[in-house]
Write a protein that binds this ligand. Structure first.
Ligand SMILES: Nc1nc2c(ncn2[C@@H]2O[C@H](COP(=O)(O)OP(=O)(O)OP(=O)(O)O)[C@@H](O)[C@H]2O)c(=O)[nH]1
Ligand SMILES: [Mg+2]
Length: 431
């Protein structure tokens, strides 16, 4: 098992600005407000997808931004919503908020196929002036700005279980095989026990990926602690499939095969029960003619799955293609075992907003240079206010008045205090 991980920056699309416009119809001298609302920005959604195997897609692309919402238009036409962007990850991916790298905060465990998380929320579209028409305000000449999209640094982590474990005597070419079919570059040498810890390689076949893992060579007595392989057999206990590699340059490959099987059985009967494929390596040494060996093995009732040369790569790609369907089948089985019934409380979107979304739900905190007002909806409202427009400013003040903010501030305020909502200084608009 090893850890696959990636850190990415996601950003929801910005909401489109609302529009200030007026009805201009023939024969209607003074039309009312007709500015449409801005569209919503697209979300960045991370989703567990059954056809995605690793996080390698995210190794090179680190930034993802969804489309902005369109601006509001005249004639009460709303702007277009920005499209959502789906980032597909393998089931089992854990998502952290990585704003503080020393304290990653768990956002979601995308355990089951289909689990998803909005990692970067698209901003709300601003209301156009048509929205603000009331009986007492016949001609509102302002609109809201779009809300900026949510930006977040996200860490993705996946515990990869190797799909195939390669076993065999020392020096049969286990590490060479991994090097031949993946980008892994393990140490390879002609002395036994070159590999001291397992090597892993991600194999790409068509548009799928799977993970190969070797264990340091096994020898007779391994299950009693001889050699190095024993302590690492644990690593392949969770592999779905074993690839048993035999080396045609060795004296008696049938004896080799039986010795390794015996060690497996005594180490763990569970391990010995796993699907096993026998592969003959180093056929370049016998000029590609493996028939005498496959025949001998057949006589001993050992079926050969493939013959390869890890050194010349003969047959290695074909072997991986042949293994893919078996791996996918095994993977599905494993996913079914791991699947838990979906319970309401386990729903994967686990990012509760601590503060109520009502405008009047705010909290005033004292900070070094004055007062800071917190409240999700109020902060959103503030970023969406177009302070350049005098009518927007007076609406802002009206709302602050109505929700009791100004009264509360008057009580708390001391000489010299500035006032902030989020990171915007708003004293000049309120007091
Ligand atoms: N001629 C030939 N040599 C090979 C082939 N595959 C591996 N070798 C050689 O065999 C030796 C051992 O290869 P490794 O890949 O290190 O073998 P291993 O099974 O990982 O060995 P340990 O890690 O010690 O258990 C090296 O010298 C390789 O170059 C092959 O297909 N043909
Ligand atoms: Mg090795």
């Amino acid at each position: 098992m090893f850890l696959d991980h990636a850190t990415i920056d996601v950003s929801g699309g910005n909401g489109g600005n609302g529009h200030v416009g007026w009805r201009r119809e023939k024969y209607v001298p003074e039309g009312g407000p007709a500015g449409g609302d801005g569209g919503r920005g697209g979300n960045i959604i991370i989703k567990a997808d059954p056809n995605t195997d690793t996080l390698t897609d995210f190794a090179s692309r680190k930034r993802f931004k969804a489309k902005d919402g369109g601006k509001g238009l005249g004639k009460n036409c709303a702007g277009l919503d920005g499209e959502d962007v789906y980032l597909l990850v393998p089931p089992g991916t854990i998502v952290y908020d990585y704003a503080d790298e020393k304290n990653p905060r768990l956002l979601a465990d995308l355990h089951n196929v289909g689990d998803q998380l909005i990692a970067g929320q698209g901003g709300k579209g601003g209301f156009g002036n048509a929205h603000f028409k009331t009986s007492v305000r016949q001609a509102p000449d302002f609109a809201e700005l779009g809300e900026p999209g949510e930006k977040r640094r996200v860490r993705l982590e996946l515990k990869l279980v190797a799909d195939i474990g390669i076993i065999g005597y020392p020096s049969v070419g286990k590490s060479s095989l991994i090097a031949a079919v993946s980008r892994a570059r393990p140490k390879i040498a002609d002395y036994p026990f070159t590999t001291l810890v397992p090597n892993l390689g991600v194999v790409k076949v068509f548009d799928r990926e799977f993970v190969l893992c070797d264990v340091p060579g096994l020898i007779e007595g391994a299950s009693d602690g001889k050699g190095l392989g024993f302590q690492f057999l644990r690593h392949i206990e969770r592999c779905g499939i074993l690839l048993h590699l035999l080396d045609v340059s060795r004296d008696d490959i049938i004896a080799d095969y039986k010795a390794i099987r015996k060690e497996l059985k005594s180490f763990s009967p569970e391990l010995a029960k796993k699907t096993e494929f026998v592969v003959l390596n180093k056929i370049d040494i016998v000029h590609g003619d493996a028939k005498p060996w496959t025949d001998a093995l057949k006589k001993a009732k050992i079926k050969v799955f493939a013959t390869v040369s890890a050194a010349t790569h003969a047959g290695t790609e074909d072997l991986m293609k042949k293994l893919l369907p078996v791996v996918l089948e095994e993977k599905e089985k494993r996913a079914k075992l791991a699947e838990q019934p979906l319970d309401e409380k386990d729903l994967p979107v686990i990012q509760p907003h601590l503060l109520s979304e009502k405008m009047g739900a705010f909290r005033i905190e004292r900070v070094t240079n004055g007062l800071l007002i917190r409240g999700k909806r109020l902060e959103q409202f503030t970023t969406m206010t177009d302070f350049k427009n005098p009518s927007s400013r007076s609406r802002f003040r009206d709302v602050a008045q109505r929700i009791g903010l100004i009264r509360a501030l008057t009580k708390e305020m001391q000489a010299g205090d500035d006032i902030f909502i989020g990171n915007r200084s708003v004293k000049e608009f309120l007091m």
